[in-house]
Design a binder for this molecule. Structure first.
Ligand SMILES: *Cc1c(COP(=O)(O)O)cnc(C)c1O
Length: 364
């Protein structure tokens, strides 16, 4: 707190990301990073871009990168927005589409179990919101989104529940809400769900956001994008150009283009992660965990009766394996495990098994 802060700064509720410990080496399964390196072509492109041209500003239109993304998804470049991380793309989206006139007394709708950055954005932009409870099995009930609102945002597949919504169900939300902007945050879509990008020409109110951080192994680069009708994209561009006209540096642009063009590498790493995920799920089930079917690069699991999720997280941390525990309503009995390499998952399973049967059981 400080007397120099503006009133709105006092009222913020900042998001707290998962730990990025700097003290020791963990097997890091806590922030949904990709265990495989970025495409070698992307790494080469970063080296190549570190040259004398760095004295020049990058292209404010980001034309080459937009063209590459547009080509990959078979849309037109006017239907693409690029930003410095999908978190920033989402922030601009909240400002451009969701910051409605409070007088109207309508709320932005999103599930009660969802990305916890959204309520922080609502505070930042003074947006009224309503969290719609997911069902007991954590599935999103689309009929609950067929009521008056100022906008809708859904993570698909959802985080941290890892459950995907079918394209039909997303379409039924779009159909029921022709006057509201509907944003689908597809941070994990490449690990097993269907992208709603296929619907953008049919629904001018649809904006889909994606990131290079998860399926393209570039969390350190900070590149995200949105695909939607030219009308929505133009709105988000207006906000971006009122905030930071040059959000991506030359190195990020070069790496992102190389990454999107290296389709084979992308597909093969996604495939490896999906395979490891499915195997890890089976093994956790055999250890007595309840584990939702995952369409993401992580698992959401409930330990068997008598084992406390938070203690499990703490004991694993002590043993050098970092997973995520959320001390939040409805999900405080669960752990979230990012999928690592086969070797990392073998160590994780071995530690978890020994904790569950061993002397340390008293800790739970
Ligand atoms: C990781 C994540 C993002 C953010 O991705 P960045 O591009 O790294 O900012 C957005 N939404 C959800 C649901 C995520 O899990």
């Amino acid at each position: 707190m400080s007397k120099f802060w503006s009133k709105s700064t006092h009222n913020l509720a900042p998001y707290s990301p998962g730990e990025q410990p700097q003290d020791k080496q963990y097997i890091k399964l806590n922030t949904n990073e990709n265990p495989y390196p970025p495409s070698p072509l992307a790494i080469q492109a970063m080296h190549d871009a570190a040259n004398e041209d760095m004295r020049l500003y990058p292209d404010p239109e980001l034309k080459k990168l937009k063209d590459a993304i547009a080509e990959f998804y078979a849309v037109s470049p006017e239907q693409v927005f690029v930003g410095n991380s999908s978190d920033e793309v989402l922030a601009h989206t909240f400002a451009a589409l969701f910051k409605q006139d409070r007088q109207k007394n309508k709320s932005l709708l999103f599930p009660d179990i969802s990305y916890s950055l959204y309520p922080s954005f609502c505070r930042l932009f003074d947006i009224k919101y309503e969290q719609i409870p997911v069902a007991d099995d954590f599935t999103i009930q689309v009929d609950d989104y067929k009521k008056d609102n100022s906008g809708i945002i859904i993570v698909n597949p959802n985080a941290p529940t890892c459950i995907a919504l079918s394209l039909d169900k997303i379409e039924s939300i779009l159909k029921a809400n022709p006057d509201s902007p509907v944003v689908i945050d597809e941070a994990y879509v490449d690990f097993g769900a269907q992208t709603a990008i296929a619907l953008i020409n049919k629904y001018p109110n649809l904006l889909v956001t994606q990131t290079f951080s998860k399926s393209r192994s570039l969390a350190g680069l900070r590149v995200g994008f949105a695909v939607g009708s030219a009308e929505l994209i133009e709105g988000v561009e207006r906000v971006k150009n009122s905030f930071n006209p040059f959000p991506l540096d030359r190195i990020a642009v070069a790496a992102a283009i190389a990454s999107i063009n290296d389709k084979n590498y992308f597909e093969s790493t996604c495939k490896k992660i999906i395979k490891t995920r499915n195997e890890t799920r089976e093994q956790l089930i055999s250890l007595g965990f309840e584990v939702s079917v995952s369409s993401t690069n992580f698992l959401f699991a409930k330990p068997k009766e008598g084992i406390n999720a938070e203690s499990l997280y703490l004991s694993l941390k002590e043993k050098g394996v970092l997973i995520r525990y959320f001390n939040a309503p409805r999900i405080d009995g669960y752990i979230r495990i990012t999928i690592g390499t086969d070797k990392e998952m073998a160590v994780f399973l071995e530690k978890i098994e020994s904790l569950m049967q061993g002397q340390t059981i008293n800790n739970f």
